[in-house]
Ligand binder design. Structure first.
Ligand SMILES: [Zn+2]
Length: 371
């Protein structure tokens, strides 16, 4: 018979100050390719807990502890938020869009957005025909939202008026919905994928600094740009840092909500701890090391498998340079790529703890050789 599990509440590692940073960070638009506003908020927080910071040409931001060390360990998240691009302005002043990352067209009708135009942020809405007018007799089916029939209405009634408001081809567009809290320690927000990761790696740096841990390596806390369009920011910064080990964090699907097939997607749930993945890009020995740390520190884990790609920055780090032992630690999330991405606070705590405890246990002598 299984031993009854202790329900002793573990002391949270985050605090009020860190959560107000999370809230500000989540509410700051950080569209793919235009992440600077979010990166500034992130750097402003992390600079207090690292020896130095730097950024690269495309805006990936890095905080470093022990910059003089030869052995380099990366903890990484991605900073970019899926968004839209203004692609065409009609003679009626309506604005048609192109996706910038995997933004979800099915949730768009009636959403409020911000157009980041030449004159600063501008409010607009996704217009959609009224339920009364959608059945046009000859059309048997209701129209479905698609990138080529969705349009924004900002109040301009012709192209000239739209342009006078600062709207231009290539202006990025983000949804307005922001951070909020639900019952039972659930949080919702836009683009928790993966700004919760940026939050968690910053908290790991804060814990290391505040607990006065002396790390026997250089720690590079990396908030990479342009993940959502092909893991590009990680690719650039991996080549620059040339790390010896990379610990990557991203979100993964909670597969217990309706209309998801567990046989295909695996069995992962919010509030049950971070998920580790087996995948060719995930280094087996490093994975076993992280699993061992979780066991010793009583951090709950969930498991999944990935094959040809992990679809995360893990791929960029693993295959950069001469090959870098990399591991993926994912936080379960409901409703990915919608404006109500949902997380459980315990998973944030446990993912931070798992990264922190792994770093405290790791040394340059940790044996990661396969053969
Ligand atoms: Zn994503």
């Amino acid at each position: 018979m299984a031993k009854k599990e202790s329900k002793a509440k573990i002391k949270p590692v985050t605090n009020e100050t860190s959560f107000s940073f999370l809230k500000e960070y989540i509410n700051t638009p950080s569209p793919v390719g235009f992440e600077s506003s979010g990166q500034k908020v992130w750097l402003n927080y992390i600079k207090n807990y690292v020896d130095t910071t730097f950024s690269d040409a495309y805006g990936t931001a890095v905080g470093v502890i022990n910059p003089e060390a030869n052995f380099k360990v990366v903890i990484e998240a991605h900073a970019d938020e899926i968004s839209w691009f203004v692609n065409y302005i009609s003679e009626q002043g309506l604005i048609y869009l192109k996706r910038n990352g995997g933004v979800d067209h099915q949730i768009a009708p009636a959403m409020r957005v911000i157009i980041h135009g030449k004159n600063g942020p501008l409010k607009a809405v996704f217009g959609w025909p009224a339920i009364h007018t959608r059945h046009s007799g000859s059309e048997p089916k209701e129209p479905q939202p698609k990138p080529d029939n969705l349009f924004l209405d900002c109040g301009a009634r012709n192209k000239k008026e739209a342009e006078a408001l600062g709207i231009h081809i290539g202006a990025v567009v983000t949804y307005q919905d922001g951070f909020d809290e639900l019952s039972n320690n659930y949080l919702i927000g836009r683009a928790f994928d993966n700004r919760v990761g940026g939050f968690m790696i910053a908290e790991v740096a804060r814990l290391i600094r505040q607990n006065k841990n002396k790390l026997p390596f250089g720690l590079y806390v990396v908030n990479a740009v342009q993940e959502e369009i092909g893991l590009r920011g990680a690719e650039m910064i991996a080549r620059r840092i040339k790390p010896n080990v990379a610990i990557v964090t991203d979100v993964t699907h909670d597969t217990t909500t309706p209309m998801i097939n567990k046989i295909v997607e695996g069995d992962i749930a919010c509030a049950k701890g971070p998920a580790l993945a087996y995948a060719p890009a995930v280094h087996n020995k490093l994975l076993a090391f992280v699993e061992d740390v979780a066991g010793k520190k009583k951090i709950p884990l969930q498991w999944r498998t990935l094959s040809r790609t992990t679809g995360t920055d893990t791929d960029s780090f693993a295959y950069a340079n001469d090959g870098c032992p990399s591991v993926l630690i994912s936080i379960p999330l409901r409703y990915m790529h919608t404006t109500v991405e949902m997380l459980h606070r315990d998973d944030i705590e446990n993912t931070i703890r798992l990264m922190y405890e792994t770093l405290v246990a790791l040394t340059p002598a940790t044996n990661l050789s396969y053969l």
